[in-house]
Design a protein. Structure first.
Length: 324
């Protein structure tokens, strides 16, 4: 038997795509589509889809009834509380640090590199006081909290923590490019305006960003440890899955680019296989960009709310079988 472990953030994304839950921001749509594709693949290629029964207490019943095909695991019954404590211990030990405007923690540096975004902290002046703010250079230096789907995905982690009754710490050690601590009384060297007086602390946006990353790390570690314990494969919300790569690369003794090479190899192999199949009939041009299966099922059903049911029908009728 094969098991796919899904996190509740992915299930919420599925409901948003299906139109059953309101989308707070259109910026989450791209990430939700990837999460939806992951869910469809878990249905098609695994015997059972499982999830941890730790959703918001107020909506727990409706969550379970909305996904009747999923086996929800009680944390106490399966001994997952101990894993939860271990995940918290690991994430609390991260001690985020920003020096010269960028993260120096390997965990967060690699995550930001993987997301192919350029996040930095810069000094902005307001009322003659310098404030340290979060910016994204890949979007013309806009404030990060206003920047598209990556910002929406990261800050949604903080909302997830609050809704599940958890508190996460936004404390971060701040150093300037010379290694001097930024705290009360700190003055910006070479300030263009005024005497360089600063707020001496991170902005609320930076604190929220750090708290979100810590909770993201907590969830990625929790599901990684839980999957190992249950002998299951994980299908996490995309940003968590990205952080999971950094966590596994450190704890499973393989290079950070290992997973990247696997994905590239399978993508290339899939493209070649499709070309070979089509070349047996007539000349065609084929694009294989994700989402592969959910996009096909969307075309077949014509209704996003029917895609999941269609995927289960395909699996139950064994229309997908193991190759030679």
């Amino acid at each position: 038997m094969t098991y796919a472990l899904i996190d509740n953030s992915t299930l919420t994304a599925v409901q948003r795509i299906e139109g059953k839950v309101k989308t707070r921001s259109k910026d989450s749509v791209d990430t939700d589509i990837i999460a939806f594709e992951n869910y469809i693949q878990s249905i098609l290629f695994y015997d059972h889809v499982i999830a941890v029964d730790d959703y918001i207490p107020e909506y727990r019943g409706s969550r379970i009834s909305s996904f009747r095909e999923i086996l929800f695991l009680d944390k106490a019954q399966y001994g997952l509380d101990e894993i939860e404590s271990e995940a918290k211990k690991i994430s609390d030990a991260l001690k985020p640090k920003i020096r010269g405007g960028t993260f120096v923690n390997d965990d967060f540096k690699k995550l930001i590199e993987l997301l192919q975004t350029h996040i930095i902290c810069t000094w902005d002046i307001s009322s003659s006081v310098y404030h340290l703010t979060l910016k994204n250079l890949s979007d013309g230096g806009k404030e990060f909290e206003k920047y598209g789907n990556i910002a929406a995905a990261i800050f949604s982690e903080l909302r997830d923590a609050a809704e599940s009754g958890n508190r996460t710490n936004g404390d971060v050690e701040l150093l300037d490019r010379f290694g001097n601590p930024i705290r009360k009384g700190y003055k910006v060297p070479g300030a263009k305006w005024g005497d360089g007086t600063s707020a001496g602390e991170a902005s609320d946006a930076i604190k929220a960003f750090v708290a979100s990353l810590v909770w993201l790390a907590n969830r990625a570690v929790f599901y990684s440890l839980t999957a190992k314990y249950l002998q299951a494969d994980t299908f996490l919300y995309p940003l968590r899955q990205a952080y999971q790569q950094t966590y596994l690369s450190q704890n499973c003794q393989y290079g950070f680019d290992y997973a990247k090479h696997i994905v590239e190899n399978f993508s290339t192999s899939l493209s070649h296989d499709l070309i070979d199949i089509h070349s047996g009939g007539k000349a065609v041009a084929t694009a294989t960009s994700l989402p592969l299966f959910s996009a096909w099922l969307a075309k077949e059903t014509g209704d996003p709310s029917c895609i999941v049911e269609a995927a289960y029908n395909i699996r139950d009728k064994q229309r997908i079988c193991k190759g030679p």
